[in-house]
Design a protein around this ligand. Structure first.
Ligand code: NAD
Length: 481
């Protein structure tokens, strides 16, 4: 497909900015003859929440006066930087966070071009004998975004596309272990956007974030809306905030495989989803409940698609390494965080098992009480539990999804079983006969977001998620028919 003139202009600007970043060391450089931000602001990276919010507020005021074309240009710049610099940025994220798989870090950045932008905005209208009413979808202002270490820059970039499309600006408190790559993205985005449009600080970020700075973002009067993407602690903190919060919280996605399933497709899909970025995705297949009729067949099929099966003794040894005992009776098993997002071969080596470096996942049979079933593990060991029948499998899936309302997956050709599970689970994503990524438009229908709002119910976030409704009414006029 031929690039449009606009795309070519953006590409030129992105290239110029990249050259300046590498030759002049960034901050304060002049772009296109106009002075950029002072050296203190470093293209959107700030030391304090107050400064970051103030800059994002000024950015919002300028954005409010800008055209929709400028918004589109800013969004296209972010998409283009993520696409064209994916190898470099993905490697930086991988080196900083030390979790996941490099090729998937790159893939997630390239996928940002699939996140919806300004084209998703709409205006609703009612025309009647008393005149005209329109509903406009207006921005909130400065949005406070909290992002996870599992996809630091992809979440920030995806949030940017959605939120700026809706006319907002962002102050981001990234996860401390992914703050360098997030800050690098912010610098590159802001610098290229300023060069193309004159808009500044559409996204600002706390360069050295802490839990305290996250709390300061929660509490800041200049922040009009919170959008939190992360695990249980931050989800709880956001839900307790007096401010409106959109919470993309944790999951523990179960997979049911019944006797009617295409077993080879089920095995292939489970491996593809669970192996993606070494199981870091909140939507990825975390525990499998397969009915006894096809259980052994499924176990064999998984090894045909890149899985390495551990025997019972190896599963027990590995579980003991990956989890500590609960701190109090009946509490959560304590996840060994140094195992998160590591390669299957590295994990196997921790119990003295050598597996080919091409191994995508480790897996084995467990009972339902194994901590790999009960906890969100975020590493490529997948427990398979034998169920008596599809009703039993669905009941186990319900129990171990823990009511997060996040993601559930089924492999079945029985529409009644599929329907039953969908109703019982009541999750935000319900995927049938494919890998988890299909639920986010990657191999299935629909669009992509890295923030899936679960407890607060907004679902797969889009630009419309970050708008407030405004009704404009004209009495007795403007009905022109
Ligand atoms: P995390 O909860 O450790 O960190 C997320 C963010 O919250 C970080 O920026 C962190 O600094 C901050 N934070 C943590 N505790 C906090 C507290 N008490 N108060 C304020 N801020 C706090 O999560 P993580 O390990 O970075 O990411 C993995 C988790 O995120 C998993 O549970 C995963 O399911 C979830 N997740 C959900 C989605 C979704 O769209 N629903 C997307 C990605 C990740």
């Amino acid at each position: 497909m031929q690039a449009t003139a606009n795309e070519q202009t953006i590409r030129t600007i992105v290239q110029e900015v990249l050259t300046q970043l590498t030759t002049r060391n960034g901050a304060g450089a002049k772009v296109n003859g106009s002075a950029g931000p002072s050296p203190d602001t470093r293209w959107g990276v700030f030391n304090t929440v107050d400064d970051a919010v103030e800059a994002a507020q000024m950015g919002f005021e300028k954005l409010s006066r800008a055209s929709l074309e400028d918004r589109k240009t800013a969004i296209n710049i972010v998409k283009q930087i993520c696409d064209e610099q994916a190898e470099e940025l993905g490697r930086l994220e991988f080196e900083e966070t030390k979790i996941g798989r490099l090729e998937h870090k790159i893939g997630k950045l390239k996928a940002i071009k699939g996140v919806p932008g300004v084209e998703f905005l709409r205006t609703d209208a009612v025309s009647g004998s008393q005149g005209l009413m329109i509903t406009e979808y207006a921005p909130f202002g400065v949005i406070g975004a909290i992002t996870p270490v599992t996809h630091s820059l992809p979440t920030l970039a995806g949030n940017f596309v959605n939120m700026v499309a809706a006319g907002n600006t962002i102050v981001c408190n990234p996860h401390p272990s992914g703050a360098k790559i997030a800050s690098e993205g912010v610098r590159r985005f802001n610098k290229a956007i300023f060069a193309a449009t004159g808009l500044e600080n559409l996204v600002t970020i706390i360069g050295t974030p802490t839990i305290e700075s996250a709390q300061a973002v929660f509490d800041h009067r200049g922040v009009k809306l919170l959008v939190v993407t992360g695990g249980p602690a931050v989800a709880r903190a956001a839900l307790q905030s007096p401010k409106r919060a959109i919470v993309a919280g944790p999951g523990n996605p179960p997979v049911v495989v019944d006797a009617t399933a295409d077993i080879d497709n089920a095995a292939k899909s489970i491996v593809a989803g669970a192996a993606f970025d070494n199981s870091l995705l909140c939507i990825s297949e975390k525990e499998i409940f397969a009915v006894k009729e096809i259980f052994d067949q499924l176990m064999t099929a998984v090894s045909n698609h890149g899985g390495f099966r551990l025997n019972a003794a190896q599963v027990a040894a590995f579980t003991a390494k990956a989890f500590g005992a609960p701190k109090e009776p009946g509490g959560h098993h304590v996840l060994n965080r140094s195992y998160i997002g590591k390669d299957a071969a590295w994990l196997a080596a921790q119990i003295g098992v050598n597996v080919p470096s091409s191994t995508l996942i480790l897996y084995g049979e467990t009972d339902e009480f194994n901590p790999f079933v009960t906890e969100e593990q975020m590493m490529p060991f997948i427990p398979f539990v034998r169920a008596n029948c599809s009703d039993h499998a669905i009941a186990l899936a319900k129990k171990y999804e823990h009511g997060f309302g996040h993601t559930a997956i089924i492999h079945s050709r029985d529409i009644h079983t599929i329907t039953k599970m969908g109703r019982v689970m009541n999750t935000t994503l319900f995927i049938q006969n494919g890998p988890c990524m299909a639920g986010l438009g990657l191999g299935g229908e629909g669009y992509l977001s890295f923030s899936i709002a679960t407890p607060t119910g907004e679902g797969v976030t889009s630009p419309m998620t970050f708008t407030r409704q405004r009704r404009c009414v004209t009495v007795n006029d403007l009905r022109i028919i």
